[in-house]
Structure formats: C-alpha cells, structure tokens
Write a protein that binds this ligand. Structure first.
Ligand code: LHQ
Length: 257
C-alpha cells in the first residue's frame, strides 16, 4: 500500500492516511487501500484500531481534483465504491476503532473520523463540514451521526455554514471525547488505544453492536438487544476471567475471547 500505512504492534492496527502533500485527501487508490487496511483488521489477533493522518492534516476528504470530471467518474460511484464502504467497515469491525485526529478533518475526512468509536483530537485539529462550500451535502454518514451526537440544531448549522470547529469547541459540543496538547497527543492517544487492546474485546464489540442498533430501536426492542448481546458477553472467556480476577482480588488478563 502506498497512500495508507498499515502496521500491527501489540495487537493494535495502526492505519495512517498517507498523502500529506494533499492534506491526506482520499483519491480512489487511497480509498481502496483504506478498505483493504480495514479488511486486514478483521484478524482476531488485532484487538483495537488506531487511525491517524501523516503530516499536518487528518484528512481533507474526497480528492476534489479526481471529482471534477464527473462525466467520467460519477459521485454515486465514488460514494458506493470508495467512501461508503469505509464507513460501513468501521462500524462493522468487531473491535474498537479510535480516530486520532492530528490536524484538520474536512468533508468526508471529518465524517470518517466521526464514525469511529472514540474520537480523540490534538489541540490544533479542527473539524469542517466543508461540503456546502462546494455545493454538496454532507456524506459519509455525516447527516446520520452529527445530529445524534450534538443535536439537530447545531448539526444543521454546522453543515449549512461549514464553520471551522476547533478541537476544543468540538469537545465541548460532544463530537470529540478528549483533546490533548499537540506535544502530548501521540503518547496520550496511543495509551488509550493500548488500554483498549487489553480489554475484553468481545464485550467492546458487543457494546458497539448495541450502540449501532440503539439508533433505530425503541426501548423494548433495545432491551431485547441488550439481553441477546449480554448473553453472548456472558458466554465469553473474558467474562469468566473478569469475575475470577475480581473474586481473587487480582488484575484480569483478558484475551479477547
Ligand atoms: C486537496 C484537497 C482535496 C484535493 C486539500 N482534494 N486536493 C464525495 C463525493 C464526490 C465528490 C466530492 O466529495 C465528496 C465528499 C467530500 O469530501 S466533499 C469535501 C471535500 N473537501 C473539501 O472541500 C476540503 C478542501 N480543502 C480545504 O478546504 C483545505 O485544503 C483544508 C482546510 C483541508 C486544509 O487547508 P490548508 O492547511 O491551508 O492546506 P492547503 O489548502 O494548502 O492544502 C494542501 C494541499 O492539499 C494543496 O495542494 P497543492 O498542490 O496546491 O499544494 C491542496 O490543493 C490539496 N488539497 N484538500 N479535498
């Protein structure tokens, strides 16, 4: 792979968006490589995923230079083949995915970050729903996730005005879990993903699954989903280990099984 760097260390897959000279904008090759990297993450030996950007930006979204000749490349095709599968693969991965937003995240780049399970940001990072500036609507799940995170009104304003939201404002609004100073960002975010990789992976996956389903369910339906998923969690080896460790007054050693 060329536009995506992929490395596995200590059960963590590190995915780095690697077109720094183009603010890590997603051209076709990069999107297809990103899909491949996410497919590699299905491996059970990987227990957490960390996505970040090389250089100054996280990602400037879809490569606009590749999107201008629309008679050759239709928007529908770009979304169906290149971008939407990335969102679906992240939501379907049976392990936590952390977006470590190191710099500006614009358009599809912002919404790829925002569909991850935990969004962390460097203090110099920013988020822009840049679409309206070029006559487009938010895609990559932006119209799905944003109003659910921060409420309809704020989401609507951000999407229409395409205002630049600083990392600090994004944290206050509820788009980002935590912001770290630029100096501490790498160390702190790697500490968080390392913590996740040592946790009961199956329970984290089932938590993600419950959240995925909660979006369209009513309370009765969701209580049933919780019962079903909790039964699966209760049958995991990590649940036995967690309870035994508690009773034996020791730290648990989870295997993700
Ligand atoms: C870029 C891009 C870019 C290509 C910076 N493309 N080169 C879906 C379906 C189909 C069609 C279209 O879109 C979509 C979904 C979307 O994602 S639409 C939204 C697309 N993104 C944007 O509109 C953001 C455009 N970029 C920007 O506003 C700025 O570049 C940001 C704020 C991201 C960064 O600004 P700066 O830090 O000042 O960097 P820069 O503007 O100087 O960019 C660095 C280079 O990257 C530069 O190349 P150059 O060869 O001139 O040095 C830019 O042209 C290039 N670049 N974004 N999306």
């Amino acid at each position: 792979m060329h536009h995506i760097l992929f490395e596995v260390k200590n059960a963590i897959a590190y995915i780095t968006l690697n077109r720094p000279e183009k603010a890590n904008a997603f051209n076709r090759q990069m999107s297809m490589e990103m899909q491949l990297a996410l497919d590699n993450c299905i491996d059970n030996a990987i227990r957490a995923v960390y996505i970040t950007g090389e250089g100054k930006a996280f990602s400037a979204g879809q490569d606009l230079a590749e999107s201008v000749h629309l008679e050759e490349v239709s928007i529908n095709k770009i979304l169906a083949e290149q971008l939407n599968p990335i969102i679906k693969k992240i939501r379907q991965l049976k392990k936590p995915v952390v977006a470590a937003v190191n710099g500006v995240a614009a358009g599809a780049g912002a919404n790829i970050a925002l569909c991850c399970d935990i969004v962390l940001a460097a203090s110099s990072a920013s988020f822009i729903q840049a679409f309206s500036k070029i006559g487009l609507i938010p895609d990559c799940g932006g119209t799905f996730f944003l109003p659910r995170y921060i409420g309809w009104q704020k989401a609507s304003a951000l999407m229409m005005l395409a205002d630049n939201l600083s990392a600090e404002e994004a944290e206050k609004a509820g788009l980002v879990y935590k912001v770290f100073t630029d100096d501490a960002f790498k160390k702190e975010t790697i500490q968080i993903v390392t913590r996740l990789a040592l946790m009961p992976t199956k329970a984290l996956w089932l938590t993600k699954e419950a959240l995925n389903k909660s979006i369209v369910n009513n309370l009765d339906e969701q209580l049933n989903v919780e019962s079903e998923l909790q039964t699966m969690a209760g049958n995991s080896e990590d649940f036995s280990e967690g309870v035994n460790a508690f009773i034996e007054k020791r730290l648990p050693v989870f295997k993700g099984e």
